[in-house]
Design a protein around this ligand. Structure first.
Ligand code: AMP
Ligand code: MG
Length: 478
């Protein structure tokens, strides 16, 4: 493939739901420069990585040279932000280029759109590379996520607290349908449009739901199940999304919109990284409840399609919503069983007791989350010291560990689910600072490390060490 004209983009979303988008174009990028590219992802998508590095490839990745016949759109959606409803959000700085096979190809930082409100429509190098780094890590950890294909510097200076180098992120997703997409349509009272949105979502994410007695309820059940699984995986790995607004929750169950996100160092349910989350709404330990709250908003949006009589529809939707926490608990407990190296043969009651008591130990001792679980693998091999070093309550740990070791944990299995490497905040920060100043080497190295999170290798101590104690703050929407 040598030119962007050879790329075939489809426009199923734009064609099926013209009311939910406007045809739009990306802003010019005065001096495009490739900052990061996922070669393997490009190849999977049928895109030639060598071509993507050419001027025509960079034009494609910034949306300034679209393939013949391509019709990029800015998508509309609504959403609850920190609990307050915003009827008009939408792609304020993003474009859906189209679909490449099964996946959306989407740009972030591509210029102002009708949904920009007061924003400049732009994005800068640090936050776009943060999304590249963290989404790459999440994918390597086996957690459903949108993927980052490339980050291209635009050569434009963007005004933030200071002037910052501009960038465009190209990402893929199994779709960009969000809870907020349904909220936008529900607010119009257009039941036909709501049904078309439902049909589109079902076709893309839950084809079997089309044949269900109540397809809306079947789709809802799918979303509830996918989100329960997703949030359980976040909790197991110590990921804090940071801005779980309903416009940042997908119908597919993929993690989306890496803004003020970060991984725990010390395990603490109250951890907040986002500068704007002063109430702690999206703190680590509240993520399951935040997800459940969002899913209640999705139920409200779907009600007219569940049953025309609202008094009949509500109890049906509530019954599905009520499965969220049990599903979450089951997924989380299964994940903890695996993290503790206990197989299917381990007694359920024993596993539940071990998991509950370990959680209490973590809450009281605040050990480094990633380091502690990895060190339990050493404990399973007979050396408990690395794990003991991370806790204060040694008697409590020893008593727990004796019970756990008696259950016969499989250390090798543990090493396959307890990562050595997650994006450590201090490492990410240093790499992004270097990249903003023009040195891409630290980001490149970090991405390489994070692509094999379970393989311990020598010489990478720096990447596995927690940062200095104290609050780490990230900023969103920048
Ligand atoms: P977020 O919660 O960061 O995903 O974004 C919330 C909303 O703000 C979305 O509608 C974004 O498109 C919009 N937004 C964020 N940053 C900008 C920007 N620089 N210019 C225009 N819109 C923006
Ligand atoms: Mg968003």
């Amino acid at each position: 493939m040598s030119t962007s004209t050879a790329v075939r983009l489809e426009h199923r979303f734009a064609d099926a739901l013209p009311e939910l988008s406007v045809p739009w174009q990306a802003d010019e990028a005065p001096a495009p420069r490739l900052l990061a590219l996922d070669d393997a992802l490009a190849t999977d998508l049928g895109l030639d990585p060598a071509w993507l590095r050419t001027p025509s490839g960079l034009g494609f990745l910034t949306g300034t040279q679209v393939p013949d016949g391509a019709r990029p759109v800015a998508q509309g959606y609504a959403g609850h932000q920190f609990g307050n409803y915003s009827p008009r959000l939408g792609d304020g700085r993003a474009l859906l280029l189209g679909e490449l096979g099964d996946v959306d190809l989407h740009l972030k930082g591509s210029g102002r759109t009708p949904w920009s409100r007061g924003g400049d429509g732009l994005a800068v190098v640090g936050p776009m590379l943060r999304e590249f780094v963290v989404s790459t890590a999440m994918h390597a950890l086996g957690i459903p996520t949108t993927r980052s294909l490339a980050v291209v510097g635009t050569g434009r200076t963007v005004q933030r607290e200071t002037g910052q180098p501009g960038a465009v992120l190209a990402r893929t997703a199994s779709s960009h349908l969000r809870v907020g997409s349904f909220q936008l349509v529900r607010a119009t009272d257009d039941t036909d449009l709501l049904r078309r949105l439902l049909d589109h979502a079902i076709a893309r994410h839950a084809p079997a739901a089309a044949d269900a007695e109540v397809p809306a309820l079947a789709l809802y059940e799918n979303v509830v199940a996918a989100q329960a699984q997703l949030v359980a995986q976040w909790m197991l790995v110590g990921f804090v999304h940071g801005v779980m607004n309903t416009d940042n929750m997908t119908i597919s169950g993929e993690t989306i919109d890496y803004g003020p996100c970060a991984f725990l160092d010390a395990h603490d349910a109250d951890t907040v990284f986002s500068s704007i989350d002063s109430g702690g709404r999206y703190r680590y330990g509240n993520q399951p409840l935040a997800a459940q709250w969002n899913l209640a908003r999705l139920a409200e949006a779907l009600l007219p399609l569940v049953h025309p009589d609202v008094d009949t529809a509500i109890p049906q939707a509530v019954a599905v919503l009520e499965t969220f926490l049990p599903r979450y608990e089951a997924a989380w407990t299964a994940g903890m069983r695996a993290k503790l190296g206990l197989g299917e043969d381990a007694d359920d009651a024993l596993v539940t007791a071990l998991v509950t008591d370990l959680q209490a130990l973590l809450d009281a001792n605040h050990p480094d989350h990633t380091g502690f679980f990895r060190a339990l693998g050493d404990a399973a091999r007979g050396d408990a010291e690395p794990a003991r070093r991370l806790v204060l309550d040694l008697a409590g740990f020893d008593a727990w560990a004796a019970r756990w070791l008696a259950a016969g944990p499989d250390a090798d299995a543990m090493d396959r689910v307890n990562p050595v490497f997650v994006p450590r905040n201090h490492v990410v920060e240093a790499a992004l600072t270097a990249a903003t100043a023009g040195d891409l080497e630290p980001v490149r190295e970090l991405v390489e490390v994070l692509r094999a999170p379970y393989d311990d290798r020598p010489g990478l101590e720096r990447y596995r060490t927690p940062g200095p104690a104290g609050a780490y703050v990230t900023y969103c929407g920048t």
